[in-house]
Design a protein around this ligand. Sequence first.
Ligand code: HEC
Length: 92
Amino acid sequence: MFRQSMIAVAAVAALGVVGTANAADVAAGEALVKQVCSACHDPSMWKGKSAAQIDALIHEVVAGKVTHPQKLTLSDAQMADIAAYWACVAKK
Ligand code: HEC
C-alpha cells in the first residue's frame, strides 16, 4: 500500500515537470532563441501570451501544422525553455 502510493506521487511529480513551464530553463531558452529564432522573431510578438500558449504555438510549428519559413526540430524540453524565455521577456 505504502509502495503504491509512493509510485503514484512520483508519477504525478514527473508529469508536473513535463507539463508546466515552471520547470523550464529560461537561460537555456534564451540561448536557443538567440541562436535560432531571434533573426526573425522579436519578443514583442508574444506580448500578452502565456508560456503555455507560446509553448502550444511552437509545438504546432514543430509538428508542421503552422506554415513556417524554416523547419524547426526541437525537443519538448527545448520548446518549454523557449516559451518560458519569451513569456518572460514579452512581459517587459
Ligand atoms: C527565417 C526566419 C525565422 C526563423 C529563424 C524562425 N521563425 Fe518562427 N516564424 C517566422 C515567420 C515569418 C512566421 C510567421 C509569422 C506570422 O504569421 O506573422 C513565424 C511563425 C512562428 C510561430 C507561429 C506564431 C503564430 O502566432 O502562429 C512560432 C510559434 C514560431 N515562429 C516559433 C519560432 C521558433 C521557436 C524559432 C526558433 C527555434 C523560430 N520561429 C525561428 C520566421 C522565422
